[in-house]
Design a protein around this ligand. Structure first.
Ligand code: ZN
Length: 119
């Protein structure tokens, strides 16, 4: 299940898409096997979120009423979303995009305001 789902942005690709073998996600633009050799999926995800969720492939239609926030939450990436949209760190920490991302699991402190922030 979800074998066609992007491991970075949570986008459900079509039947041809798998997040591996140099396939490129039409949504976030991650090339699997290339981009994720340098950065982790989480780092790539956080970069995409910080860049305001750019849709990568102009030739691939966005799903109707596409919401990157809903997509991330459905793929259980809400923790990364919250960390960036509701920053608890100083502005200088946030300036180190992609290079100073704490590795510790955030799963244990997902707050319950997810719906409020996604609305
Ligand atoms: Zn993606």
């Amino acid at each position: 299940m979800h074998e066609h789902r992007c491991l970075v942005c949570g986008y459900e690709g079509d039947a041809e898409f798998y997040p591996r073998d140099y396939m490129i996600c039409g949504c976030c633009g991650t090339e699997f096997g290339y981009d994720d050799r340098v950065l982790t999926h989480r780092q790539l995800r956080q970069r995409w979120i910080r860049n305001d969720f750019p849709w990568f492939d102009a030739s691939e239609l966005q799903p109707p009423n596409w919401s990157p926030i809903r997509q991330l939450i459905a793929a259980h990436f809400a923790a990364d979303l919250l960390e960036i949209l509701v920053p608890s760190k100083s502005a200088s920490d946030n300036a180190n995009v992609g290079f100073h991302i704490p590795i510790a699991s955030k799963e244990s402190r997902i707050p319950f305001q997810i719906n409020a922030n996604a609305a």
